[in-house]
Design a protein around this ligand. Sequence first.
Ligand code: FMN
Length: 363
Amino acid sequence: MSFFELIKPLIYKTDPEFAHDMVDMIFRTARRCPLFFNPLVKANFVDDPMLNQKIWNLEFKNPVGVAAGFDKHATMVYGWPALGFGWGEIGAVTPKPQPGNEKPRAWRHIEYEAVQNAYGFNNEGVKVIKNRLKKIYPFILPIGANIGKNKTTPEDKAVEDYKILVEELKDVVDFFVVNISSPNTPGLRDLLNAEFISNLFGELKNITDKPILIKFSPDMEDELIINLANYSVLAGADGIIVTNTTVNYDLVKSDIKRGGISGKPLAKRSYEVLRIVAGEIFGKVPIISVGGIDSAEEAYKRIKAGASLLQVYTAIIFKGPGIIGEINRGLIELLKKDGYSHISEAIGVEIPKKLELKEDNAS
Ligand SMILES: Cc1cc2nc3c(=O)[nH]c(=O)nc-3n(C[C@H](O)[C@H](O)[C@H](O)COP(=O)(O)O)c2cc1C
C-alpha cells in the first residue's frame, strides 16, 4: 500500500479547501529545499523523447499539465515538476483581488471520485500574482495564465478586464487561457458567444504575440460547440481547451446544487466534447483535453481523439500525487504497444476523416 493510500482516509476527513491549502503551504515552504524536491522530481517527472513536443514554439517535456484552479495563486510552480507535470496553468487570475464565494465552496464525492467546487475565482489580483511570477519566469516548464473577469465587472465591460490581464502578465507567462466557461461567476458563460469571442481576440491579439487559448464548458449544446470551435479559430484562438467543470448535477447523488463537478463523472462528456471539437478544427490549432483523466488508458484515448496535450486536477485527489508519472509512463507503454515511436503519430488517429466520409457518401 502506498503512503498516499495509507493517509487518504485522514485527508478525506478534512475540508477539501483546507487540505488543498495544506498542500499549497508545503510546496510554498519547501520551495527552496532541493532535498525535498529532487527525489520527487526523479520519481515522478517523465522527460522521454517519445513524449517531448514543440507546440507554439514551447518545449513540452511531457503532455500532462496542471489544470487551472490547482495553483490559483502561482505559489506552487516550483513543485510542478516534483508532481510530474510537464507544463501548467496558474489562476484563474482576475484584475482586482477578490475573495470568491462563501465557504464551504468545495466538496468531495468520494464514491464517484468527483469534486464539486464553487470557488468563484478567489485570488490576490493580477499585481500580486505578477510579482510572484516575475521571480520564477522563465521557468523550466511552460506556464500559462488562466484569466477571468472580476465578479463585479459587468459583462459589457468584460473585454477590458481581459485586456488588463494580458497587458500585466504578457512578460511573465508563456501563454494565456481565456476563461469564460467557469460556472462560478454569474453571467460568465453568457460570454461564450461568437460576438464576444471575436471582439475579445481582436483586442487581445493587439497586446501580445503569445498564444491565447480558449476554454470551453461541457454544458453547451453540441451545435453551439461546433459553431464556437470554428468561430474561435477564425477569431484567432491558438488552441482550445475542453472542458471546464459541469453543472449537470444529475451526475452525482447530492443535495449540493451549486458549483461545477470535476473528476470521473465528467470524463464521458469531456471526451464527447473533445470529439466534437476535434471533428471541426483538428489540424488547425492544438486541442487540449481535460476532465476526468485519471489513467494512462484514459489519457491515450484523449490523444487518439485529437488532443495534443492533457490536463489533470481531480485525479490527484483520488489517485494521489504519483498519478502524473504513472500516466506518462503508461502512455509510453501504450504508444510502443501500438507501434508508435512518438506521441505525435497517435494524436488524432481516431478522428473520422470528413473528406473520406464525403467520398464514401458520393460513391
Ligand atoms: C477546485 C477546482 C478549482 C478550479 N478552478 C478553475 C479555474 O480557476 N479556472 C478554470 O478554467 N478551471 C478551473 N477548474 C476546472 C479544471 O481546470 C478542470 O477543467 C476540471 O476540473 C476538469 O478536470 P479534472 O476532472 O481533471 O479535475 C477548477 C477545478 C477544481 C476542481
